[in-house]
Ligand binder design. Sequence first.
Ligand SMILES: N[C@@H](CCC(=O)N[C@@H](CS)C(=O)NCC(=O)O)C(=O)O
Length: 268
Amino acid sequence: MASKLRYLHHPASQPCRSARQFMIENDIPFEDEVVDITTNINETQEFRDKYNPTGQVPILVDGDFIVWENVAIARYVNEKFDCPGHWFGSTLRARARINQFVQWYAYTLRLGGGAFHWTIFAPFIYGPNKDFSAERRKGYHVLYESMGIMERYWLKDRDYLCGDEVSYADLVALHEFVSHHAGKIIPDNVWKKHPRISAWFERLSARAATKAVSEWQYDAIGKVLTGELKVKFTRRTAVLKGTEAYGGHNHGIPHLDEEDDYIARVES
Ligand SMILES: N[C@@H](CCC(=O)N[C@@H](CS)C(=O)NCC(=O)O)C(=O)O
């Protein structure tokens, strides 16, 4: 008999929540294994050799086959269990749109996760009295630029990012915003300036699977904000390692320009 899928993840991780939600939405049987990424367990050579050379989660173990990277995990499960076509597209063009989004997101919205990371987790990792404003600024810059493109292009005339039905593109983006929402990273006036994103976020947040997958994040980060919870990081490297935010580069996001304060413009 085929063994059950094992899913190695952490509930604070955006990519982990996206693929986990996908499996829940599709009633896929799997075993949850939380990897405590606040310790260095995933940094050990043993973990890297056994599961993932980058030491990151999510990781899916299907018998003797291991796959990591959230989009690859969801695609594997989608194909293996023949999930409904709307998740990854049932026509050539629908598939192209979804592929387009998941590529775009990896270089934009995912890096905008830096706004959350450098605000909420960095003080626990590197110490409370350090100044993370430069890193935070880079995160916000990428996040706001990405939100502009989502508002004007991806959600221009549709309820979901790639069409009239939910797709995996929505889940990857959704969990970036779940973190920002839980951490109160995006000011109210910026949400208001992006009415399509706000409506889309509400629409997706109403799904039962979104609630189930995001509960830990809202609870824990809510307690971090009130000072009730101090996350103990016994490791020193960035949780967002490999995905640290930087402004600009070559992904359609203009360079962070000290002269032109883009963040201030969006927040004004
Ligand atoms: N590109 C990967 C990124 C995964 C990722 O960023 N994982 C982070 C948590 S959000 C992680 O495992 N960090 C722990 C570490 O780097 O040690 C994906 O999309 O699956």
